[in-house]
Design a protein. Sequence first.
Length: 253
Amino acid sequence: MVMSMPNVHSNISFGLVNIPVIMNPLIRDNDTSFNQLHKKCLTRINYVKYCPHCKEEVKDKDIIKGYEYENDKYLTFDKNELDKLKPEQEKEIEIVSFIDAKDIDPIYFEKSYILKYNGTSKAYDLFCEALKKVKKVALAKTVIGSKFYYCILRFAPFGIIMTTLFFEEEVMTPDENKTGEVKEKELDLAIKLIDDLSGKFEPQKYEDEYQNNIRKAIEAKLNGKSIKGTTKKDKIQINDLMEALEKSLKKKK
């Protein structure tokens, strides 16, 4: 199922040039969807917003947001107050600089969107060709929904891809985890194993094995058949690192 954000209109702000675009998610949720049922009668479970103090169901129009600054003490905000705090970029993708893509650690990448031109394509085409020519990505800032983002815009053969970025405070980079010296012979064998296992990234070859198994199980159940489990391979446990590397190379050959 495609993420629910169809035809969001925005605007790339590039100096004094404005490029109207339509933003859509680039990634599709491929997971099989299950509903939660009451085991006794197989009825779908409903989720009710309930106030335990008033002992009553609460409608959306009667719900506000609250920040807990002390235990059970809240500062409340309604929608109008929160709307006043939104940055100016709410309907705009404002470019702040152009940078080398290699300077961004992929750990900061969050979600990707495709930006298609909205209306005339001249400014859009020009921007695409410029990005392609300089071989840089555009660093920009924008608002999606109620969240402020920094993002990058990059050229792709099918259009401009916008990828939102995590902020540094959101990325929990661990401390260095190296615990000892590496032996030269072990390193040589590890590199040989890497060379033997090297290849090209071919996404069309990679399938979601778990989701495929779920779909086969659904088909089997619809036809009145029992589910067959996947065959588990026995893992050979080798505690000696050198022996494990040598046997891995022999197995690969």
